[in-house]
Design a protein around this ligand. Structure first.
Ligand code: NDP
Length: 279
């Protein structure tokens, strides 16, 4: 039952109608409540660009537990926060806000979510040579952690200024991070990661020339379905990881930041998968 004690959390973005987060978080909150914990519900809020500041200030004014932030507001939200966690500062974007007695702190759980999904898939990045396509928001979030673990990280993006800016920042973490003018260095890599949106839409091509794929490559995609890249890689016998695990774990980490409780991981995963298979 919703009562005067029920708290709110939610997703702010535009559009948000396709989101899997309400199903996952509400299942988690329901479980927590049954265990005698917090009473909270999660909603999806489509917010117009000119109302973003009002919406973020509303998290504090209405005493929300917190919020997730999604496309296209992950970067623009920074200006409305009281504090920004170190990893979100580096990434330059937030996907989670925690409301602590009216004080809003921004976090970015995407990178740690990606690393958890790799761990779960049994893929270690330690000492590996990683090639990444894309230097946008998702790439920034995950390379913050990859650069720490990998022996070498090579990044290719069609947007050269964006690529160079990311590589410059990552070199502070690992000097073996390089901007690539093409994708040919995949031949000398152990792990390939697609962090471009190529593969999201039906009929999309592969983001690379498929002759660069080999059966001993680990191939990952941040897009949360089996993209043409992953389908081709699977055909060649590669180990593959899609972005569904990253989506799941970034949500679990956000849930734990809001509740200070261990997330009911399997309950949340079941809810996410049920909703994923439904839409
Ligand atoms: P961005 O637009 O910020 O970044 C994508 C980058 O890839 C851009 O710099 C773009 O350049 C570049 N690019 C496009 N095509 C190519 C190509 N053929 N070769 C090399 N680079 C290319 O997007 P995001 O980083 O925000 O998102 C990327 C994907 O990640 C999305 O599809 C999204 O669904 C997914 N994602 C998944 C998450 C998860 O939880 N699993 C979380 C967040 C994102 P240009 O701008 O010039 O086109």
């Amino acid at each position: 039952m919703i009562t005067s004690k029920t708290k709110l959390a939610g997703l702010i973005g535009n559009p948000v109608g396709h989101s899997l987060s309400p199903a996952m978080h509400n299942a988690g909150f329901k479980h927590l409540f049954k265990q005698g914990g917090l009473d909270c519900r999660y909603f999806a809020f489509p917010v117009a660009p000119e109302r973003l500041g009002d919406a973020i200030r509303g998290i504090s004014a209405l005493n929300f537990l917190g919020a997730n932030i999604t496309i296209p507001y992950k970067e623009k939200t920074l200006q409305f926060l009281d504090d920004i966690h170190e990893e979100a500062k580096f990434i330059g974007a937030v996907n989670t806000i925690v409301n602590d007695d009216g004080r809003l702190t921004g976090y970015n759980t995407d990178g740690r979510g990606f690393m958890k999904s790799m761990e779960e898939a049994g893929v270690s990045l330690k000492g590996k040579r990683v090639f990444m396509c894309g230097a946008g928001g998702a790439a920034r979030a995950i390379t913050y952690y990859i650069a720490i673990e990998a022996a070498q990280l090579r990044i290719f993006d069609i947007d050269t200024p964006k690529l160079n800016a990311l590589v410059r920042d990552l070199k502070k973490v690992n000097p073996e991070v390089h901007a690539e003018p093409s994708t040919t260095a995949i031949a000398a890599s152990d792990i390939l990661i697609n962090a471009t949106p190529i593969g999201l839409h039906t009929g999309d091509p592969l983001p690379i020339d498929k002759t660069l794929l080999r059966g001993d490559l680990v191939v990952c995609d941040v897009i949360y379905k089996d993209t043409p890249l992953l389908i081709e890689a699977k055909r060649l016998g590669c180990t593959t990881v899609n972005g569904l695990g990253m989506l799941f774990w970034q949500g679990v980490l956000a849930f734990e930041l809001w509740t200070h409780a261990a997330a009911p991981v399997e309950i949340m995963r079941d809810a996410l998968m049920t909703e994923y298979n439904r839409i």
